[in-house]
Design a protein around this ligand. Structure first.
Ligand code: GUN
Length: 297
């Protein structure tokens, strides 16, 4: 069993990005600039955004954090997005999700200029990804594909089962897994997407060569649901109460790691698996945005 070390891969990539940024600066260009909007005080979102700001420092990027309280109006948020869209000093920005209920999340996502949408959530980027055109790939699916590539996990012709059909993980990762392989881009998997309405879900997972678990249900994938030699990417990061931790919680993946890992050819841990890769994919997109290589400036 090979434990896929997302933390190590992400640290390596951040160093690669930092070297490129120092070269850009030496060539007289300005540093890439990522802005993030955080609404409210959701614990998970606070952690993610703090990690994004830290990753910007490591990569040599400029970062700006814009905070609002929970009671912000949609109008104020849309106005802030419009300012960032028009600010030539900002290469890319994100609005951390989830947003408070009174704000229409889809309207917010669509208000972001797709050329600055480094999360890859705008329908133009989602659509371009689905048909294999250059775009900002959404960060978690891109991070998953990077891990599969760096660890040389076989995909071509393999049975890949995606658990979960969210817009930010399940659907986009399914399209990436099934894309035609090209130099530097692996795909060619046979993909099945299972979700909350799937009947006899274990019939699918037991036949899977690769499982991408993105349900947000701690410990859902059990040892009797997988075959020997399966490769598993665990996207789950649910906070579960844990009185032994200072924080009062621990992060739990969607896989019953202790019992499933011995059957695997490859598996990602939680934490230090997909999470750090999501953040590094955002850094990669921001660098691409600064360089204007996907959408010219
Ligand atoms: N919430 C959970 N994951 C993400 C992400 O990748 N980007 C944003 N903006 N919000 C999230």
């Amino acid at each position: 069993m090979t434990l896929i070390d997302g933390k190590k891969v992400s640290d390596d990539i951040k160093q690669e990005i930092a070297r490129e940024v120092e070269q850009m600066v030496a060539d007289g260009k300005r540093r890439p600039h990522l802005a993030a909007i955080l609404v409210g005080h959701d614990g998970g979102s606070e952690t993610y955004v703090a990690n994004k700001v830290k990753a910007c420092e490591v990569c040599g990027f400029k970062s700006t954090l814009i905070r609002f309280e929970d009671d912000i109006t949609e109008e104020t948020l849309l106005d802030t997005i419009s300012k960032l869209n028009n600010d030539p000093d900002v290469d890319g920005f994100i609005v951390q999700l989830p947003l408070p209920r009174h704000i229409n999340e889809q309207r917010v996502i669509e208000a972001i200029d797709f050329r600055k949408d480094v999360d890859g959530f705008h329908p133009i980027n989602v659509g371009r990804q689905a048909i294999g055109l250059p775009c900002f790939h959404s960060a978690t699916p891109a991070g998953i594909m990077e891990l599969l590539a760096r660890y040389d996990v076989p995909l071509k012709g393999k049975n890949c089962v995606v658990l979960g059909r969210s817009n930010i993980v399940g659907k986009p990762v399914a399209t990436l897994l099934m894309q035609k392989s090209q130099p530097g881009v692996k795909g060619d998997a046979t993909v099945t997407v299972c979700h909350s309405a799937t009947e006899n879900l274990a019939d699918y997972t037991r036949r899977a060569d690769v499982i991408i678990a993105a349900l947000g249900k701690p410990g859902f994938v059990k040892a009797d649901m997988v075959k020997d030699g399966v490769a598993i990417i665990d996207v789950g990061t649910t906070r579960v109460p844990d009185a032994t931790r200072k924080s009062g919680f621990r992060l739990s993946g969607d896989v019953d790691f202790e019992n499933v890992a011995p059957k695997c050819s490859f598996i990602t841990p939680v934490p230090r698996g997909v999470g750090p890769m999501t953040i590094v994919s955002l850094m990669k997109n921001t660098l691409l945005a600064a360089k204007g290589v996907i959408y010219s400036k």
